[in-house]
Each structure stands twice: as C-alpha cells, then as structure tokens.
Write a protein that binds this ligand. Structure first.
Ligand SMILES: C[S@@+](CC[C@H](N)C(=O)[O-])C[C@H]1O[C@@H](n2cnc3c(N)ncnc32)[C@H](O)[C@@H]1O
Length: 400
C-alpha cells in the first residue's frame, strides 16, 4: 500500500501525462461522452467555461463525471488511497474523538459527508459499537448515487445488524442536528476557481476546446474572485485557486448544527502558507491509477481532480456561520491525541506480519513525509465547550 498514491500526490510519483497508463476502451467512450457534454455547455456559454464549472462537470456530471460514473476510484485497485482506505486505525482514532463528543452531548447523531467507498463508515461504526458509543442515527450525505449504492452494499454486507441505523441523504435534513458532522477528504474534491495574477491584472482561468483538446484560456475575473484575490497581495506572476464552494458548504453545515462539532480532515494549509510566494503554481493535483500529476485538462471524467484546502478560509466560514474554532492541528497530532499508539500496541506482537503491517500504517498516517503533517484536522463547534482530545497534544489555532 505504501507504493499507492495518497491524494496529495506522493513525492517522486509525478508522472508526465505521456507516462500515464492508457484508459480502457470503455473508459475512453465515457470520457468522450463527457467531453461532448462539456463542449455543448461551452458552446452555449460563448466558447469557454470557468474552471470551477469544468471541474464540477468533470467530477460530478450525472452518470459521466468521475465520482458519478462506475470507475473503481478508491483503494489499491483504484486511483488513490485515502487514510480511511489505508488503515483501520484512522477510523478507530476518529471513533474515540466521536465518543468523547457524543458522551458530552449525552448522545446525538452523526453525519458523514462524502463517504466514498463506505469503508470509513463501516470501520467507524464498528469501532463506536465496540466503545458502546453508537450514535442514535448515522447519516451519510453523498452526492453520487452510484457511491450511495456502493456504500449501502458494503455496510449491509459488513454490518447487517447496524444497517437500519444508517440513513442516506442526497441533501441536508430539514431538522437541525445535535451531534457530529464530519468529512474526510471532501473539501479538496469541491470545484475551485483558478486565477492568475500577472502584469495585466487578475484573470480567472477558463477552459475551452481547441484542436481536439481542452485548453486553458484567461478571462477577466468576476467581482467576487477579483476582490478575494486583491486582498492577498500576491507576487507576480502567480497562479492559484480559491474554493468558494467549500466556504459556502461550511456556512450551510454550520446553519444545520444546533449543538455539536463539525470535524473536517483534509490536506492543506493556513492562508499564509497556502498563498506563499513560492507556491506560485497553485495546488491542483490529479490522480489516475495511483499516479499523481498536475494536468486537469486530460483524462476528463476518468481521473480525480483536487485542490488543497485553505484552512483559514474554512475557519472564517465557520465563524461567520456562528461556530467557534475548537481546534486545528496536523493529522499525526490528532491521531496520537486519540490514542493511535495505544490502538496499534493492542495488536498481537506474535502475529508478526499483522503487527508489522500496523506499525507501517502508523508510520504512513503520522510521518511528516507522508500524511502526518500535510493533512490537517479542524474542529468547529456550537454550544459545546470541552477541550477535544484530538487537539490535546498540539493545537495550532493560532496559526490560522
Ligand atoms: C475523495 S472522496 C472521500 C472519500 C472518503 N471520505 C474517504 O475518506 O475515503 C470524496 C467524496 O465526497 C463526495 N462529495 C463531493 N462533494 C460532495 C458534496 N457537496 N456533498 C456530499 N458528498 C460530496 C464524493 O462523491 C466522494 O464520495
């Protein structure tokens, strides 16, 4: 598994587009159908689409987008591996954090947003059951009908006695929630605006179609993007992204939380690091069959497209929505604060292979060279004021 691609792109694994494995004929046909749909919309919009709209269609066009078509996507035989797919220890640590919150609230519900293959839901529910801390209801809010079906099948197979407790949602429930809303690697999969600052001013990057390929084209930035970029006072030339959808999503989750915690795990940085003068080519990253590269205009609909998360923007959106920042730290500190070592030590050392596997998983989850440092955890809360154990070893709220 260590040779698989995490979604931030393994160092040394940046493949030249020409070096990517060729898609199968069925994938090519799906990619062509999606490209046709995108080109139709481009034609209707005067010849180009804002990159955020291109990314939205590439990932989420019904039936054809990357997350809504039938591709494998997750795990060793897919395109990338998330922490939840990589190690059960991730879900077990998260369960401990959930247990603390649910105890404080004297029970409540859990909403997992963007559940992917469903592996995280299975392992989290299993661990919460072992801890005798199952939530009253476990909701999965998932955009992709195809993934909702996969999640349902997996949970029914792995946890038949708990499947009644799990409810799938295509949008947020009417009632406000008391409990926990959490998401792992969701925000990075939301469509971003890409901008370019040059001597000519601030441009918004669009995508158009030329000579049988999608190509970049620069257009004057709309007012919102321009105003947001102006205050960053970036050096010239500079290309980066801004995730307005993630901010709106946080505000809407905040509005739905009557009491409890919004817990978000993803790769990214505080704003000062995100828009560091040296990060002048942005953070877009694509994943295709365990290879990471930086060209979102190829393999449209067949590859994952992501951008890193500006956690300062996420914290600000939460505060605007009436939440308080309860903690912010790296994934390593969060998992260790939730007893990662203790959980790993509980394995039987005489079962040498399993024991060594767990040791390797701890290393990948926590090493600063792997997922430990780039991945961050932020907790935003309403009407709850306890020191969360995931931030007990280190809390970097001050850096946001
Ligand atoms: C990279 S996957 C993360 C999978 C999983 N959380 C894990 O850790 O393995 C992103 C997931 O978010 C879903 N998604 C993206 N935008 C969403 C939204 N606005 N609401 C709900 N789900 C969304 C995708 O369909 C996909 O299941």
């Amino acid at each position: 598994m260590a040779s698989n691609s995490n979604r931030y792109g393994d160092s040394g694994r940046l493949a030249a587009p020409g070096g990517l494995p060729p898609p199968a004929p069925v994938e090519l046909a799906q990619g062509e159908a999606l490209a046709g749909l995108i080109r139709e919309e481009m034609a209707a919009c005067g010849g180009s689409l804002d990159f955020a709209r291109y990314m939205e269609l590439a990932l989420y066009a019904p039936g054809l987008g990357y997350y809504r078509g039938g591709a494998q996507k997750f795990g060793a035989s897919g395109d990338f591996v998330t922490a939840a797919e990589f190690s059960v220890l991730f879900a077990r640590c998260l369960a401990r954090q959930c247990q603390q919150i649910l105890n404080e609230l004297d029970k409540g519900d859990v909403i997992e947003v963007g559940a992917g293959s469903g592996v995280l839901a299975v392992e989290l529910l299993r661990a919460l059951e072992t801890l005798d801390s199952l939530p009253d209801r476990y909701f999965i809010l998932e955009l992709s009908a195809e993934l909702r079906q996969r999640q349902r099948t997996l949970i029914a197979r792995e946890l038949p006695h708990l499947v009644e407790r799990v409810h799938w949602l295509a949008s947020l429930p009417e009632e406000r929630l008391r409990g926990i809303i959490f998401a792992n690697e969701l925000l990075d999969a939301m469509p971003v605006h890409r901008f370019k600052v040059s001597q000519r001013g601030i441009a918004q990057m669009h995508v158009s179609w030329e000579s049988n390929h999608f190509v970049w084209c620069a257009k004057p930035a709309n007012d919102i993007v321009r105003q947001r970029v102006e205050v960053l006072a970036l050096p010239i030339p500079y290309v980066s992204e801004i995730n307005l959808q993630a901010e709106a999503w946080v505000r809407s989750m905040a509005a739905h939380l009557s009491q409890g915690v919004l817990l978000l795990i993803d790769y990214g940085f505080p704003r000062a690091e995100y828009y560091h003068p040296q990060r002048n080519e942005g953070t877009l990253m694509c994943h295709y069959r365990q290879r990471a590269h930086d060209d979102p205009l190829i393999l449209t609909g067949l590859q994952d497209i992501t951008a890193h998360v500006d956690f300062t923007a996420i914290a600000e959106a939460g505060v605007e929505g009436g939440l308080s920042v309860l903690g912010y730290t790296g994934q390593a500190a969060f998992l260790l604060g939730n007893g990662l070592h203790e959980l790993a030590r509980a394995s039987d050392p005489t079962a040498l292979r399993a024991h060594m596997d767990l040791a390797r998983q701890v290393n990948v989850l926590t090493s600063p060279a792997e997922m430990g440092e780039l991945y961050k955890v932020i907790a935003l809360g309403r009407n709850i004021d306890i020191p969360l154990q995931g931030f007990s070893l280190q809390d970097r709220r001050g850096r946001l």
